[in-house]
Design a protein around this ligand. Structure first.
Ligand code: SAH
Length: 479
């Protein structure tokens, strides 16, 4: 081990920052957060530091560096642009046994500042001993995404109740069970959904009982996005990391499932495009069974759970049965497919609204208000429409939508296998059949779809529209 790891308590201890630029400002801010008494010495200060000096939050020593600035200091940070000056500060500091950090210069430093993940009171510090700062930064990002922001509040709460928890659960095993419950149970869950008062009440109630409470199960309805694992939210990733049981749709990509905790039980429910599928009732029953067994259940759905995902029914059902729930939104197919095919859904020159429409079954098609849908200057997005393209086209044409209205039909949006077919409404069913477009595919119809020709950037292009330049030129001429 080349460096000795150290967490320093700098509360009210004098520290010196030499330099008045942005770097010095950043270092000073960090030291102030740790409660240090910061002196900044420099000929001039950036506005940020000047303001701190005016507010009396830092002591300002104006002018060129003087050796006696170091008197009485615990730590010294050299953040000047002059290497000879940094060398002088370091040499003088070392001679007086100060801990000295010269910014970005491990060779001159006797201490280094790690990359930090702050969930105070929890701090995670990472150092590569100066060998690989980029790696340290990447690692920091990874850990940031794993530790949920509510962890800090949980630990603060635990800190405040520590003595009472200890008094109530005197033996170690019982205390461990209690802390497990604190981390995995409702207190943490409530803090995550910003209900600190309620969380504290739960803690107090639990402390009034002799036994450590059993862990109650919970369900998170999580949107897995359209397939590209990069489109998961951080919250979804954390839920996958913590899940005991995952009930997922067929639509959820294997790449996303790979991110789940290794020992989580994975259950596939529902089969797309006909075939055998798990009924909604049995899905409800499974969710309830696992939650009541005390598991953390993730109900993982393609896209967003509340967009044609029956998430609403599941949430209502679980709430009726008193199960703790949370909903993590996902990027719905409309947004993902539009982005990945270069179609701005509400480009201000072409569309004032977007409609998300389901073409799931004949009944849903028959009950749509087609004359409404056939209006110009709105964007229609059809989900589950691959087998209904004939009907959709016929209805729209019959109700007056122009035959040359542009469309983009995106198959496997956001995945490496994405294909984008573009053309005009009248030719839609024929083109889709020619290219054998399969589910999952999403139909975007409206003036904005023409922009895919110029802006499409992901996957295979099957456009009947001219690819580059021409479309943009047509639009410019039309304007
Ligand atoms: N809850 C999901 C939609 C479920 S309905 C969401 O918010 O996206 C299933 C339909 O979504 C599919 O028939 C298809 O029309 C669309 N869809 C989902 N993922 C898709 C993808 N990667 N590419 C294209 N369409 C997709």
């Amino acid at each position: 081990m080349q460096l000795y790891p150290l967490f320093a308590d700098l509360t009210d201890r004098p520290v010196l920052v030499v330099g008045g630029g942005d770097v010095a400002a950043r270092k000073s801010a960090m030291l102030l957060r740790a409660g240090a008494k910061v002196t900044v010495g420099a000929p001039v200060l950036v506005p940020e530091l000047r303001e701190l000096a005016q507010q009396g939050r830092i002591i300002y020593r104006a002018g060129a560096y003087q050796s006696d600035w170091q008197d009485g200091m615990w730590l010294v940070v050299a953040a000047t642009r002059s290497r000879p000056l940094n060398i002088r500060i370091a040499t003088e500091g070392h001679a007086q046994q100060r801990l000295v950090n010269v910014v970005d210069d491990p060779a001159l430093s006797s201490f280094q500042v790690p990359a930090v993940i702050d969930r105070s009171p929890l701090l995670v510090a990472i150092s590569s001993s100066g060998a690989a700062p980029v790696l340290a930064r990447r690692l920091r990002e990874r850990i940031e995404s794993l530790l949920d922001p509510a962890l800090g509040s949980l630990l603060q709460l635990a800190q405040r109740y520590r003595a009472r928890i200890r008094a109530r659960h005197t033996d170690l095993a019982s205390r461990r069970r209690f802390y497990d419950w604190l981390h995995d149970g409702p207190v943490h869950a409530l803090l995550r959904v910003s209900q600190p008062t309620h969380a504290e009440q739960q803690l107090v109630t639990a402390l009034s009982r002799r036994e450590a409470p059993n862990i109650q199960g919970s369900v998170a309805l999580v949107g897995a996005g359209p397939g590209d694992p990069g489109l998961l939210t951080l919250r979804a990733l954390r839920a996958l990391n913590e899940a005991d049981v995952i009930l997922h749709d067929e639509l959820v990509s294997p790449e996303v499932l790979d991110l789940a905790r290794r020992d989580a039980i994975q259950i596939a429910v529902g089969k797309r495009g006909g075939g055998i599928h798990t009924s909604q009732q049995s899905i409800h029953a499974l969710l309830l069974e696992h939650a009541q067994a005390g598991h953390r259940v993730v109900r993982l759905k393609g896209g967003d759970p509340f967009v044609f995902g029956r998430g609403g029914e599941e949430l209502a059902f679980l709430r009726e049965h008193g199960i703790a729930c949370e909903v993590v939104p996902g990027i719905t197919a409309a947004l993902a497919c539009a982005a990945y095919s270069g179609v701005p859904l509400t480009h201000r020159d072409h569309a004032q609204s977007v409609r998300l429409v389901t073409a799931h079954c004949q009944h849903s098609l028959n009950t749509l208000d087609w004359s409404e849908l056939a209006r110009e200057h709105q964007t229609l997005v059809f989900y589950m429409g691959v087998s209904k393209l004939d009907d959709i086209t016929r209805q729209l044409l019959a109700h007056g939508r122009a035959p040359d209205t542009p469309f983009a039909l995106i198959e496997n949006g956001s995945l490496p296998t994405q294909r984008t077919l573009a053309g005009t409404l009248a030719a839609l069913p024929v083109l889709a059949a020619q290219h054998a477009i399969q589910a999952p595919a999403l139909l975007i119809l409206g003036e904005v779809a023409a922009l895919a020709g110029a802006s499409h950037w992901h996957g295979e292009w099957l456009g009947a529209l001219p690819r580059h330049g021409a479309v943009a030129a047509n639009l410019a001429n039309a304007a």
